[in-house]
Design a protein around this ligand. Structure first.
Ligand code: GLC
Length: 804
């Protein structure tokens, strides 16, 4: 079943049927004022934090799942019939042919930072555009109503938003004996002012309407909806008038009602704005709402701001664009997948329909990995975030499990007890720092001195060395890294007595990356030390962890080998085997063998399962987390998409582009576009996992948007399949592609220069650069040397690569 299509030229996904199998969402705004919106205008918004700055309320896990939201009702004041500018909440029976049959139709264009709902019903077309203008702390709800019929029409429109009573989302939803008695709202000259005086929080909200006079209003939710009613049939809309309520206590809402008279063919524009601040006075740098409404509340200004938003995204995404023979890959990499990497970077794991805002802090490992995919497009923001996470590292070298950007105080945070550290957290740092340094060509960064979370400070390079030392200091009985609280897989809790093969391989990769960086700044002795440690650990892990046909996943506190052929459950795991290859620790024969085993035991039509068979009984000496999920769900044998990306990387590293590409296609959301009932989540977004073969929901994907899948799959495609990777001395172009491809093009910004890269594959090989030219001149090897990128910033360079 198909519900929409990609419109790459507009950078939009167009939903033509709003009754999608799950809510298909989009993101609005920035870290100043952000939110989400579904294809039915459900969703919420917040100031700075989804956890502590809640503006629009969301009842998580409600029925339907995406209510309330940003609702605009239209009412025919002659017939009293009414509908909504998005299909829900009124939910009129849907047309089968886009509205020509007289039934309701709605097309939703999710764009980058905005959504546009175009509904057709009863001779009226309504275009509802929702977005947060760049740099602003308010959201636009812009409505254009057009009479497409032959008779004059008298209409009413009503806005409706349920405003949270308390800024803290949990207080608002749970602590009702308190939160229901704090809210107040007034309405003066048609503008709503919602405020509370909760503890020290004096923030307020305004909601205003431009383009028509306010005829009536409600700020009391009950008055607007009516008792025992839902947003599908509010009393005020049914009656054609609000009750002019100014709420004190119970629950607030924002409804402004106006009336329109439309001749045939005529259109009217209304602009509504909901934002942080007070109607008539500036407050803490937020301009008065009435002033903002006067300045921004015209359709012309809405158009200007929308264009600014769109061109901002075009610029950020333009830093890397591809044209390959695979249109779905192109749609994803050029638009949606790239956008998802930015949303994951912005919101970490705190803002979606399944992430309620509780995880306000930045999970250490997630945050470090999220940066890998955006260093080329927003290097400044990445540097700030890198600085932040480096100061979330403790002096002993591990990471705080959560870094809280709004309250983080380097030098004053308490170091966690050893058992609470994750064994992988800071081992991701060398990979990300290397990505940033190579992208920007700025090794100076390594000499930047930054404080630790608890005490002392060091250069960035020394922070990386501290991460390695922390790992080395916490090894188990066989010499592998202790698993500690978790080791990337949150459900594998090996503790201080168990050992993690995954973290051991990650250490190997991290040590080699740190050596490379140390050498870049002339710290030879440190580079040599890193290489020695990598070699020693590499030898140990190959001795201890090889199981015959693959590597085990870990050794439990009781000495049980997890991920061994000798076990009855969890016999083979994905992460240890793909990282054996990525880390460079596996010799060629073992690399080939373990990847073959992965293919044999874990590959399915929807991606690679994380382990097989899933667990149903405890593994002696291992925490029980794996068992919390039924077989085939999440980490217990689900198709955990994040780790699927590593299989692409590993296959590319061993030079098998056909299999790497098959793995990519197997969990590519876009490939489900015409089979949305199978995948269910948005076809334009990666999910955290897809139910594995042991689950009755095999193939259904869950937890879309905020997942490490976004960053790592982007890295896997752009740096390993497409093969364009920044390195110390330039840009390496070493693709590993399916043999069926004739070639492809890449346009990439690199250190201020534009590279127009054409790759040709006349012999239909999978890999192997036989010729490289830069601006017409031949260059040996596969690296475009940075020294050849002459001219001012913005200069374009033609690069050709021939495979053979
Ligand atoms: C979730 C967590 C991430 C973890 C992964 C595997 O995605 O956010 O930190 O690595 O699950 O357990």
């Amino acid at each position: 079943m198909q519900y929409g299509h990609f419109d790459d030229a507009s950078r939009e996904y167009v939903i033509t049927r709003p009754d999608t199998p799950a809510s298909w969402i989009n993101y609005l705004g920035s870290r100043l004022y952000g939110g989400i919106i579904t294809q039915n205008a459900g969703g919420y918004s917040f100031h700075e934090s989804g956890g502590t700055g809640r503006i629009l309320r969301m009842r998580f896990n409600g029925v339907p799942v995406d209510q309330p939201g940003r609702y605009l009702y239209l009412r025919d004041d002659e017939s009293a019939d009414y509908w909504s500018a998005s299909w829900q909440p009124v939910g009129k029976p849907l047309s089968a042919d886009g509205g020509d049959d007289g039934r309701y139709a709605c097309t939703v264009r999710h764009g980058l930072g905005y959504s546009v709902f175009t509904s057709r019903y009863a001779g009226i077309t309504a275009d509802f555009t929702c977005f947060v203008p760049e740099g602003q702390a308010f959201e636009y709800w812009a409505l254009r109503v057009t009479n497409t019929g032959t008779a004059p029409r008298r209409l009413s429109t009503f806005s409706y938003a349920e405003l949270a009573n308390d800024w803290h989302y949990r207080q608002d939803l749970e602590n009702l004996q308190y939160s229901q008695y704090v809210v107040q709202a007034t309405v003066r000259d048609g503008m709503i002012h919602r405020f509370n005086r909760t503890r020290t929080d004096l923030r307020s909200l305004f909601f205003g309407l431009a383009g028509a006079p306010v005829v009536s209003y409600d700020t009391d939710r009950l008055a607007f909806l009516g008792a025992y009613r839902t947003p599908s049939a509010p009393l005020a809309v049914e009656r054609g008038r609000c009750s002019d309520t100014e709420v004190t206590g119970d629950n607030a809402c924002a409804s402004l009602h106006t009336t329109l008279e439309l001749e045939p063919g005529a259109s009217r524009d209304l602009v509504m704005m909901l934002g942080i601040g007070r109607p008539d006075a500036e407050w803490e740098g937020f301009p008065a709402g009435r002033k903002l409404l006067a300045e921004f509340g015209t359709p012309e200004r809405v158009a200007v701001e929308l264009e600014r938003l769109r061109s901002g995204w075009a610029g950020r995404l333009g830093a890397l664009q591809v044209h390959t023979p695979d249109p779905e890959l192109n749609s994803m990499i050029n638009v949606w997948h790239a956008y998802q990497t930015h949303m994951t970077f912005n919101w970490s794991r705190g803002v979606s329909l399944v992430e309620a805002g509780d995880r306000d802090g930045l999970g250490y490992r997630d945050t470090v990995q999220d940066m890998l995919s955006v260093a080329h497009s927003i290097p400044g923001a990445v540097r700030d975030r890198l600085d932040l996470v480096l100061t979330g590292q403790t002096a002993e070298g591990g990471g705080l499990p959560l870094v809280r950007p709004l309250t983080h105080r380097p030098g004053h945070e308490a170091a966690p007890p050893l058992e609470s550290y994750r064994s992988d957290d800071t081992l991701w740092l060398p990979l990300t720092v290397a990505t940033f340094v190579h992208e920007t060509g700025d090794p100076e960064y390594l000499a930047t001195v930054l404080p630790y979370a608890d005490r002392g400070s060091d250069t960035v390079l020394d922070h990386l060395l501290a991460a390695l030392r922390f790992s080395l200091a916490h090894r188990g009985g066989t010499g592998l890294m202790q698993g500690l609280a978790a080791d990337w897989n949150d459900c594998i809790n090996l503790g201080v007595s168990g050992e993690s093969v995954f973290s051991t391989f990650l250490f190997h990769a991290a040590a080699l990356r740190t050596a490379e960086l140390a050498r870049l700044v002339g710290r030879e002795a440190d580079a040599a030390w890193c290489e020695e440690q990598a070699a020693a650990i590499g030898a140990t892990v190959n001795e201890v962890a090889w199981d015959g046909d693959w590597y085990v996943r870990g050794i439990s506190a009781d000495g049980v080998r997890l991920g061994s052929a000798a076990a009855d459950e969890g016999r083979i795991y994905l992460e240890s085997n793909v990282w054996a290859v990525i880390s460079g620790a596996a010799p060629a024969d073992r690399a080939a063998a373990c990847l073959e085993s992965v293919h044999t035991h874990l590959a399915t039509e929807h991606g690679l399962a994380l382990c097989e068979p899933p667990h149903t009984h405890p593994v002696p000496g291992l925490g029980l987390s794996l068992l919390v999920f039924p077989p085939g769900h999440k980490e217990n044998g689900g198709i955990f998409c994040h780790s699927n990306s590593w299989a692409i990387v590993a296959q590319a590293l061993v030079g098998d582009g056909d299999r790497a590409y098959d793995y990519y296609r197997s969990y590519l959301p876009a490939r489900y576009n015409a089979q949305a009932e199978v995948h269910q989540s948005e076809p334009y977004v990666y999910s955290q996992f897809t139910h594995g073969p042991a689950s009755p929901r095999f193939g259904e994907s869950r937890n879309p948007w905020l997942t490490g899948t976004a960053s790592w799959t982007y890295v896997a495609v752009t740096q390993y399949l497409i093969g364009v990777t920044p390195v110390g001395d330039g840009l390496r172009i070493d693709p590993c592609i399916p043999t069926s491809w004739d070639g492809f093009e890449v346009h990439r910004l690199f250190r201020g220069h534009w590279l127009d890269i054409t790759v040709r594959n006349p012999g239909h090989v999978t890999r192997g650069v036989v010729a490289l030219t830069v601006d017409g001149g031949p260059v040996p090897g596969a690296v475009v040397p940075a020294t050849l990128l002459t001219g001012p910033d913005g200069t374009r360079h033609a690069v050709t690569v021939t495979l053979g």
